[in-house]
Design a binder for this molecule. Structure first.
Ligand SMILES: [Zn+2]
Length: 439
């Protein structure tokens, strides 16, 4: 799976989701106009499995519940000039047919007479024709190079804490310093020296002899790998890392060790801790622990932004960060996100989405909790450990995004006041990472 822009050979524009940028509330199996656009945005990046070009599901990278599909005017007709939000990947499975010029024709697997086609100057349609430039697409793999001349702050996408060199113990040439995700204005700025392609050496702006690299240590017969900085005047390509872009200046930072990828990962969040938390290289885990935002400049203010049109809101007071993320490395069974209480006894819990209350109850484990099924895509959001007596909604209630549904508490199996919230897929109730998928 890789991320691509899909560019029309006929008019040079990119396939994009149109209605999202225009705002509005969208529902599963409703159509979203598919436009070609000239500028690159989140709505133009797609996950495509080109290792299986004859049968892949083209999914929006940022709103993965959007699949590229033709709008059905009936159950059997795929003839309209839009695609739709889908919960059914079979309907939206596509086939990429490479041409001798290096382009692709894209057609619906189950309706092979329907080709994705650029129509006029701005529209994208599924048509039945079999030839012409208007059916040819080039794929551009998404990779935004960090500006190598500028220094950057590397902030964790979920926790918001900045990568820095922990130097209080001091290091000397040839020795290692630990990297922490602790904000420090002096030592959290980095330069990226491009080696080739996506490979970079990351060096500290505070002291350019600090370089990010990989080292191992043994403890109890087990070898552990850590992401560290080394003060090394002869830094070389051996310190190179590979950046994988998710667009919007969000990357995974990878070191290849013996053919195995190791990703820079936040071991856990800072939240309310007073001591820094260190960072580790860890084998691939598909969650937000690995996502980093590179921001040019000298400071970065942690904030969550909502997706236009999705009406998703951070479910409590903003800008207070998380304590434990989804399946945090040290808590892999943790199926949600924890947010600490900062307003004692009065911190609101907001519904993330417009939807319907499907559960409002109490268990010894969850405490007082509420489940709300999104009207947008039927996903289920659950808010746990609410303050006794604070639950403000009942089963069957329709709630708006941002509507208060309760107050942060510690009811049920909880060691302190916090909000634990989860997002689950419809019907299967498979838990997904809210930070990766929504914020
Ligand atoms: Zn939790």
């Amino acid at each position: 799976m890789a991320r691509y822009k899909i560019k029309s050979v006929a008019n040079g524009k990119y396939v994009s989701i149109y209605n999202l940028t225009a705002g509005g509330i969208l529902y599963e199996n409703k159509n979203v106009v598919c436009k070609t656009a000239t500028s690159l945005g989140k709505d133009q990046i797609w996950d495509i499995n080109l290792s299986s070009p004859s049968s892949t599901f083209v999914r929006s990278a940022y709103w993965p519940f959007f699949g590229l599909n033709a709008y059905r005017s009936s159950d059997t007709e795929y003839n309209c000039d839009v695609y739709e939000i889908v919960g059914n990947e079979t309907d939206a499975t596509t086939e990429f047919i490479p041409t001798s010029q290096g382009y692709y024709q894209i057609r619906l697997k189950n309706y092979p007479t329907k080709y994705l086609t650029a129509s006029g100057s701005s529209s994208v349609v599924w048509l039945g024709a079999t030839g012409g430039n208007d059916q040819l697409w080039s794929l551009e793999e998404v990779f935004d190079n960090p500006t190598t001349a500028a220094c950057h702050v590397i902030s964790h996408k979920g926790y918001g804490n900045a990568l820095n060199v922990y130097t209080s113990s001091g290091i000397s040439d040839g020795t290692l310093a630990t990297l922490w995700d602790w904000d420090n204005v002096n030592d959290q700025r980095w330069y990226f020296d491009q080696i080739s392609g996506r490979e970079y050496v990351i060096k500290s702006a505070m002291n350019q002899t600090y370089h990010v690299g990989y080292s191992t240590s043994a403890s109890g017969g087990t070898e552990y790998g850590y992401y560290r900085a080394m003060m090394r005047s002869d830094a070389s390509n051996s310190y190179k890392v590979t950046l994988e872009s998710y667009g919007d200046n969000i990357y995974r930072i990878m070191c290849n060790i013996g053919g195995s990828p190791r990703y820079l990962t936040a071991e856990s969040a800072i939240g309310t801790n007073s001591t820094p938390t260190h960072l580790v290289w860890y084998p691939y885990r598909s969650n937000a622990d690995q996502l980093w935002k590179l921001v040019t400049g000298t400071s970065y203010t942690y904030s969550h932004s909502c997706v236009d049109g999705y009406d998703g809101v951070w479910p409590t007071t903003e800008n207070i960060g998380m304590t434990d993320g989804f399946q945090a490395l040290w808590r892999p069974a943790h199926g949600g996100i924890d947010v600490p209480e900062r307003i004692a006894g009065a911190q609101p819990i907001y519904s993330m989405f417009i939807g319907t209350v499907i559960a409002s109850s109490y268990t010894d484990q969850l405490g007082y909790y509420v489940e709300i099924q999104s009207a947008f895509d039927n996903k289920i959001c659950r808010y746990q450990h609410m303050l006794a007596g604070s639950v403000a909604v009942s089963v069957g209630d329709e709630v708006m995004a941002g509507q208060q549904v309760g107050t942060v508490g510690r009811s049920g199996d909880s060691t302190g006041e916090h909000l634990h919230f989860e997002i689950m897929m419809p019907s299967t109730r498979t838990k997904i990472d809210p930070v990766f998928n929504v914020f």
